[in-house]
Design a protein around this ligand. Sequence first.
Ligand SMILES: Nc1ncnc2c1ncn2[C@@H]1O[C@H](COP(=O)(O)OP(=O)(O)O)[C@@H](O)[C@H]1O
Ligand SMILES: [Mg+2]
Length: 190
Amino acid sequence: MKTTEFIKNLPSDLRSVLETGDRNLFFNKISLDPMPIRANRAWLFEIAEYDLVFKRFTPKGKRDYDIDALKDLQGIAYFPVLYAYEEQEFLIMQKVPGQDIESLMENGMLSEEELEKIREQYKKAMRLAIERKRYDWDMKLEHLFWDKETQRLMLIDFGEYDVFRGTDVNQALEGLLEHFDEEIDMAKEW
Ligand SMILES: Nc1ncnc2c1ncn2[C@@H]1O[C@H](COP(=O)(O)OP(=O)(O)O)[C@@H](O)[C@H]1O
Ligand SMILES: [Mg+2]
Protein backbone atom coordinates (compact mmCIF):
# COMPACT_ATOMS: atom_id res chain seq x y z
CA MET A 1 0.00 0.00 0.00
CA LYS A 2 1.25 3.48 -0.90
CA THR A 3 0.54 6.56 1.15
CA THR A 4 0.43 10.27 0.30
CA GLU A 5 1.93 13.24 2.12
CA PHE A 6 -1.54 13.98 3.55
CA ILE A 7 -1.43 11.12 6.06
CA LYS A 8 0.44 13.58 8.27
CA ASN A 9 -2.93 15.26 8.86
CA LEU A 10 -4.59 12.09 10.17
CA PRO A 11 -4.87 11.11 13.85
CA SER A 12 -1.62 9.49 14.95
CA ASP A 13 -3.07 6.02 15.65
CA LEU A 14 -4.36 5.70 12.09
CA ARG A 15 -1.29 7.38 10.62
CA SER A 16 1.03 4.91 12.30
CA VAL A 17 -0.89 1.99 10.81
CA LEU A 18 -0.88 3.50 7.29
CA GLU A 19 2.78 4.47 7.52
CA THR A 20 3.81 0.84 7.66
CA GLY A 21 2.31 0.36 4.19
CA ASP A 22 1.16 -3.05 5.43
CA ARG A 23 -2.36 -3.59 4.17
CA ASN A 24 -2.97 -6.62 6.37
CA LEU A 25 -2.16 -4.58 9.43
CA PHE A 26 -4.61 -1.96 8.16
CA PHE A 27 -7.41 -4.52 7.65
CA ASN A 28 -6.77 -5.99 11.10
CA LYS A 29 -6.70 -2.72 12.99
CA ILE A 30 -9.25 -0.55 11.22
CA SER A 31 -12.93 -1.39 10.99
CA LEU A 32 -14.64 -0.90 7.65
CA ASP A 33 -18.42 -0.48 7.54
CA PRO A 34 -20.01 -1.42 4.21
CA MET A 35 -21.96 1.49 2.71
CA PRO A 36 -25.48 0.58 1.51
CA ILE A 37 -24.61 0.91 -2.15
CA ARG A 38 -25.12 -1.33 -5.17
CA ALA A 39 -21.72 -2.65 -6.20
CA ASN A 40 -20.85 -2.24 -9.83
CA ARG A 41 -17.32 -0.99 -10.33
CA ALA A 42 -16.44 -0.80 -6.67
CA TRP A 43 -17.38 -1.78 -3.13
CA LEU A 44 -17.57 1.18 -0.80
CA PHE A 45 -16.85 1.19 2.91
CA GLU A 46 -16.90 3.89 5.50
CA ILE A 47 -14.22 4.31 8.11
CA ALA A 48 -16.63 6.23 10.27
CA GLU A 49 -14.26 6.93 13.14
CA TYR A 50 -12.02 8.96 10.85
CA ASP A 51 -14.49 10.32 8.28
CA LEU A 52 -12.86 8.35 5.48
CA VAL A 53 -14.10 6.22 2.60
CA PHE A 54 -12.45 3.03 1.43
CA LYS A 55 -13.14 2.24 -2.24
CA ARG A 56 -12.26 -1.24 -3.38
CA PHE A 57 -12.45 -1.94 -7.10
CA THR A 58 -14.42 -4.87 -8.46
CA PRO A 59 -12.84 -6.74 -11.40
CA LYS A 60 -14.85 -4.37 -13.65
CA GLY A 61 -13.42 -1.27 -12.00
CA LYS A 62 -9.78 -2.24 -11.78
CA ARG A 63 -8.76 -0.19 -14.80
CA ASP A 64 -10.74 2.89 -13.80
CA TYR A 65 -8.94 6.22 -13.46
CA ASP A 66 -9.84 6.97 -9.83
CA ILE A 67 -6.37 6.75 -8.34
CA ASP A 68 -4.42 8.45 -11.12
CA ALA A 69 -7.01 11.21 -11.44
CA LEU A 70 -7.23 11.88 -7.72
CA LYS A 71 -3.46 12.12 -7.51
CA ASP A 72 -3.53 14.82 -10.22
CA LEU A 73 -6.36 16.68 -8.46
CA GLN A 74 -4.88 16.88 -4.96
CA GLY A 75 -4.85 20.34 -3.45
CA ILE A 76 -8.07 21.44 -5.16
CA ALA A 77 -10.68 21.96 -2.46
CA TYR A 78 -13.51 20.48 -4.57
CA PHE A 79 -11.91 17.02 -4.60
CA PRO A 80 -11.43 14.63 -1.68
CA VAL A 81 -8.01 14.21 -0.12
CA LEU A 82 -6.32 10.96 -1.09
CA TYR A 83 -4.49 9.25 1.78
CA ALA A 84 -3.49 5.81 0.57
CA TYR A 85 -3.97 3.38 -2.29
CA GLU A 86 -2.93 0.21 -3.96
CA GLU A 87 -3.09 0.41 -7.75
CA GLN A 88 -6.04 -1.51 -9.26
CA GLU A 89 -7.07 -2.62 -5.77
CA PHE A 90 -8.35 0.16 -3.50
CA LEU A 91 -8.00 3.71 -2.29
CA ILE A 92 -8.59 5.52 0.97
CA MET A 93 -9.91 9.08 0.74
CA GLN A 94 -11.71 11.82 2.62
CA LYS A 95 -15.43 11.26 3.06
CA VAL A 96 -17.05 14.29 1.50
CA PRO A 97 -19.72 16.11 3.52
CA GLY A 98 -23.30 16.65 2.46
CA GLN A 99 -25.61 14.76 0.16
CA ASP A 100 -25.66 14.11 -3.55
CA ILE A 101 -27.53 16.60 -5.72
CA GLU A 102 -29.65 13.97 -7.42
CA SER A 103 -31.32 12.89 -4.19
CA LEU A 104 -31.51 16.46 -2.89
CA MET A 105 -33.41 17.43 -6.04
CA GLU A 106 -35.64 14.36 -5.87
CA ASN A 107 -36.68 15.51 -2.42
CA GLY A 108 -37.16 19.10 -3.50
CA MET A 109 -34.45 20.25 -1.15
CA LEU A 110 -32.54 22.68 -3.37
CA SER A 111 -33.53 26.30 -3.94
CA GLU A 112 -32.85 28.13 -7.21
CA GLU A 113 -30.28 30.19 -5.35
CA GLU A 114 -28.46 27.06 -4.23
CA LEU A 115 -28.57 25.63 -7.76
CA GLU A 116 -26.88 28.82 -8.98
CA LYS A 117 -24.14 28.43 -6.39
CA ILE A 118 -23.71 24.77 -7.27
CA ARG A 119 -23.32 25.61 -10.93
CA GLU A 120 -20.72 28.28 -10.21
CA GLN A 121 -18.71 25.96 -7.99
CA TYR A 122 -19.03 23.09 -10.45
CA LYS A 123 -17.68 25.37 -13.17
CA LYS A 124 -14.69 26.37 -11.05
CA ALA A 125 -14.00 22.76 -10.09
CA MET A 126 -14.11 21.54 -13.69
CA ARG A 127 -11.90 24.38 -14.93
CA LEU A 128 -9.28 23.48 -12.33
CA ALA A 129 -9.54 19.79 -13.22
CA ILE A 130 -9.14 20.45 -16.94
CA GLU A 131 -6.15 22.68 -16.21
CA ARG A 132 -4.66 19.65 -14.46
CA LYS A 133 -5.44 17.64 -17.60
CA ARG A 134 -8.35 15.63 -16.20
CA TYR A 135 -11.81 15.51 -17.77
CA ASP A 136 -14.95 13.81 -16.47
CA TRP A 137 -16.52 11.69 -19.20
CA ASP A 138 -19.29 10.46 -16.91
CA MET A 139 -20.95 13.57 -15.53
CA LYS A 140 -23.71 12.55 -13.11
CA LEU A 141 -25.59 14.53 -10.50
CA GLU A 142 -25.15 11.66 -8.05
CA HIS A 143 -21.43 12.45 -8.06
CA LEU A 144 -21.91 16.05 -6.94
CA PHE A 145 -22.18 16.44 -3.18
CA TRP A 146 -23.66 19.56 -1.65
CA ASP A 147 -23.16 20.56 1.97
CA LYS A 148 -26.14 22.73 2.89
CA GLU A 149 -24.51 23.97 6.05
CA THR A 150 -21.39 25.39 4.42
CA GLN A 151 -22.91 25.81 0.92
CA ARG A 152 -19.90 24.01 -0.53
CA LEU A 153 -19.76 21.57 -3.43
CA MET A 154 -17.49 18.53 -3.60
CA LEU A 155 -17.08 15.90 -6.27
CA ILE A 156 -16.69 12.14 -6.08
CA ASP A 157 -16.10 9.14 -8.37
CA PHE A 158 -13.14 9.73 -10.69
CA GLY A 159 -13.45 6.42 -12.49
CA GLU A 160 -14.01 8.15 -15.83
CA TYR A 161 -11.71 11.13 -15.34
CA ASP A 162 -9.51 10.33 -18.30
CA VAL A 163 -6.50 12.43 -19.32
CA PHE A 164 -7.61 15.57 -21.15
CA ARG A 165 -5.79 15.62 -24.46
CA GLY A 166 -7.56 18.60 -26.00
CA THR A 167 -6.23 22.13 -26.10
CA ASP A 168 -9.37 24.23 -25.77
CA VAL A 169 -10.18 24.43 -22.06
CA ASN A 170 -13.13 26.78 -22.55
CA GLN A 171 -14.76 24.55 -25.12
CA ALA A 172 -14.31 21.47 -22.91
CA LEU A 173 -15.79 23.37 -20.00
CA GLU A 174 -18.77 24.50 -22.07
CA GLY A 175 -19.47 20.86 -22.96
CA LEU A 176 -19.58 19.85 -19.32
CA LEU A 177 -21.78 22.78 -18.32
CA GLU A 178 -24.22 22.02 -21.11
CA HIS A 179 -24.46 18.47 -19.82
CA PHE A 180 -24.87 19.77 -16.26
CA ASP A 181 -27.73 22.07 -17.33
CA GLU A 182 -29.48 19.23 -19.15
CA GLU A 183 -29.23 16.97 -16.13
CA ILE A 184 -30.60 19.69 -13.85
CA ASP A 185 -33.49 20.38 -16.22
CA MET A 186 -34.36 16.69 -16.34
CA ALA A 187 -34.20 16.38 -12.56
CA LYS A 188 -36.52 19.39 -12.22
CA GLU A 189 -39.14 17.70 -14.37
CA TRP A 190 -39.45 14.83 -11.93
N1 LIG B 1 -15.42 10.28 -0.99
C1 LIG B 1 -16.70 9.95 -0.77
N2 LIG B 1 -17.39 10.55 0.22
C2 LIG B 1 -18.69 10.24 0.45
N3 LIG B 1 -19.39 9.32 -0.24
C3 LIG B 1 -18.75 8.67 -1.23
C4 LIG B 1 -17.39 8.95 -1.55
N4 LIG B 1 -17.03 8.15 -2.58
C5 LIG B 1 -18.11 7.42 -2.88
N5 LIG B 1 -19.16 7.71 -2.08
C6 LIG B 1 -20.50 7.10 -2.12
O1 LIG B 1 -20.41 5.81 -2.71
C7 LIG B 1 -21.15 5.75 -3.94
C8 LIG B 1 -20.41 4.89 -4.94
O2 LIG B 1 -19.11 5.45 -5.14
P1 LIG B 1 -18.56 5.69 -6.61
O3 LIG B 1 -17.17 6.27 -6.47
O4 LIG B 1 -19.55 6.48 -7.39
O5 LIG B 1 -18.46 4.19 -7.13
P2 LIG B 1 -18.61 3.58 -8.61
O6 LIG B 1 -17.29 3.83 -9.29
O7 LIG B 1 -18.89 2.14 -8.38
O8 LIG B 1 -19.74 4.32 -9.28
C9 LIG B 1 -21.30 7.20 -4.37
O9 LIG B 1 -22.39 7.40 -5.21
C10 LIG B 1 -21.44 7.89 -3.02
O10 LIG B 1 -22.76 7.77 -2.52
MG1 LIG C 1 -20.35 6.25 -9.26
